[in-house]
Design a protein around this ligand. Structure first.
Ligand SMILES: [Zn+2]
Length: 103
């Protein structure tokens, strides 16, 4: 993910789901593609057939889309994390107190 889509050459990484698409804003239509190369081929075919080789305004190849990550709970939301945080806090306090007592 995160690749720039403005270049002419792109290396498809095998772990990508390859959910590219070509979008023509003039025709208000989107064509799904399994790879960047397929999307580029579709763009060329569409430009040639429908727009007689011209470049329609606003056409674009869209990057692979991935499902969004499930929402994460706030850091202290789980009981385990709360217990760890309290233990670390009291442990630190105990150590600091111990060293100050020794000094
Ligand atoms: Zn078009």
């Amino acid at each position: 993910m995160g690749e720039r889509l403005t270049g002419t050459t792109t290396v498809d990484t095998p772990e990508d789901p390859h959910v590219y698409s070509y979008r023509c804003e003039q025709c208000r239509t989107t064509w799904p593609a399994t790879s960047r190369r397929e999307a580029e081929a579709e763009r060329k075919r569409h430009r040639d057939l429908v727009h007689t080789g011209g470049v329609p305004d606003g056409d674009s190849i869209q990057r692979p889309t991935r499902p969004p990550l499930p929402p994460q709970p706030p850091f202290l939301a789980t009981p385990f994390r709360r217990a760890v945080s309290v233990t670390v806090a009291f442990g630190t306090l105990a150590i600091v107190t111990w060293f100050r007592f020794l000094a």
